[in-house]
Design a protein around this ligand. Structure first.
Ligand SMILES: Nc1ncnc2c1ncn2[C@@H]1O[C@H](COP(=O)(O)OP(=O)(O)O)[C@@H](O)[C@H]1O
Ligand SMILES: [Mg+2]
Length: 436
């Protein structure tokens, strides 16, 4: 990571002052803010001002207590306790940054408790509970994204209260952001202003739940840097911002309309890249992708026993229908997870927005889930939980009737009693897999 100096950081004067105070007076500090708002860089910059050694630890749900504290290991044929980064930092008096603290699992939180509890020590469970007190120069910072991020856990109020200070990092004002872009990259002021303005509008849409992609200052810097070389707002936008929105087609549309409006000066951009795919083209590309994978589906289905070919054909047909475009969007699926969600939602009399609020995530997640193109297992899990519906069960191998009685043009059916075809893989499962 490029280490910024204090003077390189724009628009965060108050927060920098508080970080400075935390470093002086040993305030354990939690910093909350969207990704790319300079949380880590601000701690680095201030810690450098104080000539401190920094130990940064990135936490995930899988990070174990021993990765922080240490564990027994073999060194030169001898079994010894190898200290982890947190233990070393406590002994030597480093500034520790615990990134993504809200991802920490119970084991890690347990390790941190005596440290945060004014006890200022940790207990090495791998070394008979040896106590390691914090050096007087030890300082602790933790960072996290706002709790509304999908997939992040909320910190318990009890845990939060153990920090002496909680700072909030927000995106800086467009004027300051534009200034930053001009100072750091080789671009004109008016282009920088356009970029900062676009970012501001897109962030508003994000806050309103209208899109999932959030444009950070870091993203803007990438855009400005590429534009500095290519001298094309549009080409550099596509490569650094637009194509980042891989999680959502809705977002791509929003991003495209923003950039088009912002860069339409009346004169055509000579460097303009070809038109983006329309929804119909996207759907047709998806169809081709499925077609390329038919072999896979057939062989997977062959494992579920009889009538595999018919089921496969029927399934493929269904997928084709689901993804075939009409008008300006894909057909609403008549069956499948999307349809189930829609039906369950309507039964409750909720709008998509209401369901999104209940699930605490942005509305486009719901519309994507309902159109059957959601690629997010977390989202589908949450929706099924909120609506109290089950798509398929883990304990019981799903025995699902594939469609309504199969029509004879799909399955040549000699035996009337076999009109309902059962498979050990449900259509929904296949679809989920295919769309995953
Ligand atoms: N206010 C700002 N002033 C200067 N640079 C910034 C600012 N906000 C973001 N940046 C740039 O974006 C990057 C943000 O990275 P980082 O500090 O890792 O953010 P976070 O930890 O919040 O995800 C920094 O390296 C810096 O280059
Ligand atoms: Mg960070």
């Amino acid at each position: 990571m490029l280490t910024l100096r204090k003077s390189d950081i724009k628009g965060q004067a108050k927060n920098l002052k508080l970080i400075d105070q935390a470093l002086r007076d040993n305030f354990y500090t939690l910093i909350v803010g969207h990704t790319g708002t300079c949380k880590s860089s601000a701690i680095y910059a201030m810690a450098n001002e104080h000539n401190k050694v920094i130990t940064r630890i990135n936490l995930t749900g899988q990070t174990g207590e021993d990765e922080l504290a240490g564990k027994m290991g073999l060194i030169k044929g001898e079994t010894v306790f190898v200290e982890g980064p947190l233990t070393r930092a406590l002994r030597e008096g480093h500034v520790v940054i615990l990134d993504e603290i809200n991802a920490a699992n119970a084991e890690v939180l347990f390790l941190l408790h005596p440290l945060l509890d004014d006890g200022h020590f940790i207990r090495l469970m791998g070394k008979d509970g040896e106590i390691v007190p914090a050096h007087e120069d030890f300082r602790l910072f933790a960072t996290m994204n706002p709790p509304e991020y999908v997939g992040t856990k909320e910190l318990s109020p009890a845990f939060l209260s153990r920090f002496h200070m909680v700072l909030e990092f927000d995106f800086i004002q467009p004027i300051q952001e534009a200034k930053l872009l001009v100072e750091r990259m080789n671009i004109r002021e008016d282009d920088a202003a356009t970029m900062a303005d676009i970012a501001k509008r897109l962030r508003k849409k994000f806050e309103a739940g209208e899109m999932l992609t959030l444009i950070s200052t870091r993203d803007l810097l990438s855009w400005a840097r590429l534009h500095g070389s290519l001298k094309s707002m549009r080409q550099s936008f596509d490569a650094t911002i637009l194509n980042r929105a891989i999680q959502s087609r809705v977002d791509k549309e929003v991003l495209l309309s923003e950039i088009k409006t912002a860069t339409s000066t009346g004169q055509p951009d000579p460097e303009a890249v070809e038109e983006p795919l329309t929804l119909i083209e996207q759907a047709s590309a998806l169809r081709n992708e499925f077609a390329a994978r038919e072999v896979d589906i057939v062989s997977r289905l062959a494992e579920c026993g009889k009538r595999e070919k018919e089921i496969a054909e029927f399934t493929i047909e269904r997928i084709r229908k689901l993804t075939s475009a009409t008008g300006d969007g894909a057909e609403t699926p008549k069956s499948g997870i999307g349809a189930q969600i829609k039906a369950a939602r309507k039964q409750r009399g909720w709008t998509q927005k209401q369901l999104a609020i209940e699930c605490s995530f942005p509305q486009p997640y719901v519309s994507e889930a309902e159109s059957g193109v959601s690629k997010r297992p977390v989202v589908l899990d949450k929706i099924s939980q909120v609506l109290g519906i089950t798509f398929s069960s883990e304990e019981e191998p799903p025995v699902v009737v594939v469609g309504e009685p199969l029509t004879t043009d799909v399955v040549s059916n000699e035996d009337e009693s076999e009109n309902h075809v059962t498979a050990t893989l449900s259509f929904e499962e296949i679809l989920t897999e295919l769309l995953a």
